[in-house]
Design a protein around this ligand. Structure first.
Ligand code: UDX
Ligand code: UDX
Ligand code: ADP
Length: 465
């Protein structure tokens, strides 16, 4: 029997660590959960007396934090102290794609993971179970293990892989009722005991038949595979959307028709301007990099095509806007509705909006942006990060406005980049009346009622129809 866990520490208070730990604390009042981060501003925001100001926007999350915070959920920058006191440590730091050196643009940058491992090794005076929560390349656990065993203070470490499958925008829902919890660990007796300790944590609210246990490598690879399959579905339907546009078929009808085949299933078949988010591209690039490093060229090329298709989808959306606006958008105002990579999140990582905006800015467009949850600083940061032009130029060309009607006023075209529900219920007649004519609308998410808007007078372009 493994000893029950009473203290958990999570390193990394981001989109994964924050919500996951909040729900663990909510469901396990007998476990003290401390979430630590180097970023003081982020921790202060998690501790804001008004839980509506926490740094991650997720429906239902502020309520969960309000329930558990101060009771058995704590946010702190005292990383060493939290590590030292915990029996179980989750590593939930970011693992961006490398931007330098070997594997640049492809491999995951494990710098932050390694720093965490070294810190844990330095601080630990008692045995610990280390849980990988971040998405990591297969066999990262081995590297973490090697650091811990060679630089530690002679204490015992067990490494588990427990990938997170929550989707942003539905994180709380997904955490409350996950399709499955996956826990990978060593096949040794100690490894199995560590697995049992983590199973016991989740069993407080997840039915045990949904808690799958595997070896370490299977667990690590399953996470990359799940994201690769999901992204592949989006690229597949997006590939078909272009064909539909040329042939007069309707991609929504095609999606509905194939989705009723129980082997295919109806979910995740929405054609769009392209997938974004912190995981899909990064994980596939990672998979491709791993395959190439084993000399598996065909496997690598196969998965890389999912990314190539996605890049194409984003680019052709921008190209279509330019072409439709009489081959020039120079000096024209294009209004972006939505900037987040999907609805119900304030996360913008890899959002299609960033790349479409960049293409249009290269064509000298002026862009106004409205997103219900994303502010100016983030939008400018995203564009500056691409380093296509100077921050001053981005600031001059892109204006962020907090009112959607103002955003669309005097625009030549509207581009819907995120499927926020509120876009469906706008007073579209009012928007139309204030636009330059012909009033073009490019719906990158198929959210508006095309017939209704066409009747108002808009020239509506949708994906795959
Ligand atoms: C994804 C996985 O779903 C989740 O299991 C994993 O833990 C992290 O990565 P996330 O990136 O938060 O989650 O959101 P997801 O709902 O998967 O959407 C990813 C992107 O695909 C978004 O840009 C979304 O708009 C796009 N998408 C999704 C489509 O374009 N069409 C679809 O049918 C579904
Ligand atoms: C297929 C479609 O399933 C069917 O809907 C359509 O009407 C005709 O084409 P079929 O070719 O008869 O039917 O058999 P199917 O069960 O789809 O298998 C096709 C091939 O895929 C077989 O060689 C099968 O062995 C292989 N397969 C299928 C796998 O290798 N792995 C799987 O998981 C499923
Ligand atoms: P994810 O989507 O994976 O949660 P985020 O970027 O939202 O990614 O969150 C990761 C968090 O991890 C960031 O807030 C970052 O400051 C934090 N972090 C990275 N390295 C360390 C470290 N060594 N110690 C503590 N926190 C760290």
């Amino acid at each position: 029997m493994s000893k029950p866990i009473t203290k958990i520490c999570c390193i990394g208070a981001g989109y994964v660590g924050g919500p996951t730990m909040a729900v663990i604390a909510q469901k396990c009042p007998h476990i003290q959960v401390t979430v630590v981060d180097l970023n003081q501003a982020r921790i202060s925001a998690w501790n804001d007396p008004d839980t509506n100001n926490i740094p991650v926007y997720e429906p239902g999350l502020s309520e969960v934090v309000a329930e558990a915070r101060g009771r058995n959920l704590f946010f702190s920058t005292e990383v060493d102290e939290a590590i030292a006191g915990a029996e179980m440590i989750f590593i939930s730091v970011n693992t961006p794609t490398k931007t330098y050196g070997s594997g640049k643009g492809m491999a995951a940058d494990l710098k932050y993971i390694e720093l965490c491992a070294r810190q844990i090794a330095r601080v630990s005076k008692t045995d610990k179970i280390i849980v990988e929560k971040s998405t990591l390349p297969v066999r990262t656990a081995e590297a973490v293990k090697s650091i811990l065993q060679n630089t530690g203070n002679g204490v015992q470490f067990q490494i588990l892989s427990n990938p997170e499958f929550l989707a942003e925008g539905t994180a709380v829902e997904d955490l409350h009722a996950p399709d499955r919890i996956l826990i990978g660990g060593d096949t040794t007796e100690e490894g199995q005991q560590a697995i049992a300790a983590l199973v016991e944590v989740y069993a407080n609210w997840v039915p045990t038949d949904r808690i799958l246990t595997t070896n370490l490598w299977s667990s690590e690879l399953s996470k990359l595979t799940a994201n690769a399959f999901l992204a592949q579905r989006v690229s597949s339907i997006n590939a078909l959307s272009e064909l539909c546009e040329r042939t007069g078929a309707d991609v929504s009808e095609v999606a509905r028709s194939i989705g009723t085949d129980s082997r295919i299933g109806p979910k995740f078949l929405n054609a769009s301007v392209g997938f974004g988010g912190s995981c899909f591209q990064k994980d596939i690039l990672n998979l491709v990099y791993i395959a190439r490093s084993y000399g598996l060229q065909q496997v690598a090329d196969y998965w890389e095509q999912v990314i190539i298709m996605n890049d194409h989808q984003k680019r052709r959306f921008a190209t279509n806007i330019v072409r439709t606006l009489y081959n020039t958008v120079s000096g024209k105002k294009i209004a972006f509705l939505g900037w987040a990579f999907k609805k119900d999140t304030n996360d913008t990582r890899e959002s299609a909006a960033i790349y479409v905006a960049d293409d249009l800015l290269n064509e000298q467009a002026n862009i106004t942006v409205y997103d219900p949850k994303v502010g100016e600083a983030q939008i400018q940061y995203d564009l500056n990060y691409l380093a296509t032009r100077s921050a001053e130029q981005n600031k001059e060309l892109v204006t962020v406005i907090t009112d959607p009607y103002e955003t669309c006023k005097d625009a030549h075209a509207i581009a819907i980049m995120t499927e926020w529900d509120e876009f469906k219920t706008y007073d579209w007649q009012r928007i139309y009346d204030n636009m330059i004519k012909p009033a073009f609308l490019f719906d990158g998410r198929n959210v508006v009622d095309k017939k209704k808007l066409t009747d108002i007078g808009f020239k509506v372009y949708t994906i795959g129809k």
